[in-house]
Design a protein around this ligand. Structure first.
Ligand code: SF4
Length: 400
């Protein structure tokens, strides 16, 4: 069999190999009510008038991409509508776009499909959530961030803690049985007790999954400027470490297992879409600004919605960036990404996939990290220790 193109206007050399099937699709919705001052994701506030143009172009991109894909072994197992704030699109539009994906791409059997949508509190009500559930979304990820009003105001979030609780309750009533809550810790002025309160409140809602992220200050955001000016002070490092310790205890008592640096799930509720990223596998990225990775090439679509729509309609390339990854680059990325997971990486698995032995490749660096108690090596497995998970950025910097 010859390799066939699998993308709308695939960049040079981006034909998907028949033996390298793709099982994950990410669809980016770049609209937000307002821009949060810490956010560096690609999202636009005040551009809702572009939504009809966006929806038409993405619908076309779904069909074009699927019809160009001749890899018969491709079966979507996960679909993720992320943003931005996907739920700013009209619910009927979201249902139609998901229908387009399910009609256009071969999909795995029903029970194997994980279909996630991110939602911000106060952008959906029970009726919307019922329509989304009926359309086929079976996993909801709610961007709560905090359950304390003062913190929400500081984060510039356009919702209250009550809104978040209401959205969660509406989602349950709409039939969602797999719900993730996103929360952030290490916020300016946050004390350990404040974080404990947030986490206890979140656990009291009994979600299936928690994504708990430390606030990071991203260059180019208003928060970065405020930190530079000294008007925003982050908690001391030892307090942030204490928050993480507190987290480990509380989530374990509540029946969650940490399976990635920032992610905790009840048994059987780990996010399969994200695991695909951490295993450094292929995925399709659709929508303006979306990143995809197919056939060893990472590509990014233009962020200009009007240009995106114009190029899709004209069958012209939409890529703003493309990067072909060598085998060695993919190997190193797979090590770094895989170590994010508490299960770590399989040495034999890496050897089989890349023909490279990580023990020999990293040699003395790896020995030192093991001696320092940051990595644990056990027969075929290499994983971060508890201390290594706390200092993961430092460890990754040594292996990149
Ligand atoms: S809602 Fe999310 S994507 Fe939108 S600006 Fe805030 S953090 Fe960024």
């Amino acid at each position: 069999m010859t390799a066939q193109p699998c993308l709308t206007n695939p960049p040079e050399g981006m034909a998907i190999h028949p033996k390298r099937p793709c099982s994950a699709l990410y669809l980016h919705v770049p609209f937000c009510l307002q821009k949060c001052p810490y956010c560096s994701f690609f999202s636009l506030a005040g551009k809702n008038h572009l939504q009809p143009l966006y929806a038409k172009a993405v619908s076309m991109q779904i069909r074009q991409t699927a019809s160009n894909c001749a890899n018969e072994s491709c079966r979507l197992e996960t679909i993720f509508f992320g943003g931005g704030t996907p739920t700013l699109l009209p619910t009927e539009t979201l249902a139609r776009l998901l229908g387009d994906c399910l009609n256009a791409f071969p999909v795995a059997a029903d029970k194997k499909l994980e279909i996630t949508i991110e939602a911000n509190p106060a952008t959906v009500d029970k009726n919307d959530l019922t329509i989304l559930r009926l359309a086929g979304f079976n996993r909801l990820s709610i961007g709560v961030q905090s359950l304390t009003e003062l913190e929400l105001a500081l984060l510039g979030r356009p919702h209250t803690a009550l809104d978040a609780r209401q959205t969660f309750s509406d989602a349950r009533q709409a039939g969602f049985t797999n719900i993730n809550l996103d929360l952030m810790y290490g916020l300016p002025g946050q004390r350990i007790a404040d974080w404990r309160y947030n986490l206890e409140q979140a656990l009291a809602l009994a979600p299936e999954h928690l994504s708990l992220y430390e606030l990071t200050i991203e260059e180019g955001t208003p928060f970065a400027e405020q930190v530079r000016r000294g008007s925003l002070r982050l908690p001391a490092e030892e307090d942030v470490l204490a928050m993480l310790e507190e987290t480990k205890t509380l989530v374990r008592q509540a029946g969650f297992r940490r399976y990635e640096i920032s992610n905790y799930g009840r048994s059987g509720f780990q996010c399969r879409h994200n695991i695909n990223y951490w295993q450094n596998r292929s995925y399709i990225g659709l929508g303006p600004g979306a990143v995809g990775c197919l056939n060893h090439t990472r590509y990014t679509a233009t962020k200009d919605i009007e240009q995106f729509a114009e190029h899709i309609a004209a069958g012209k390339p939409i890529w703003e960036d493309e990067e072909h990854l060598t085998k060695e680059e993919r190997f190193r990325e797979t090590v770094i990404m895989g170590l994010r997971m508490t299960s770590g990486i399989s040495i034999a698995g890496l050897q089989k996939r890349f023909g490279i032995d990580p023990l020999a490749y990293y040699g003395p660096t790896l020995d030192r990290l093991i001696r320092q108690g940051l990595l644990h090596h056990d027969n075929d497995h290499l994983c971060l220790t508890d201390r290594g998970l706390l200092l993961a950025n430092m460890v990754m910097a040594e292996l990149v």
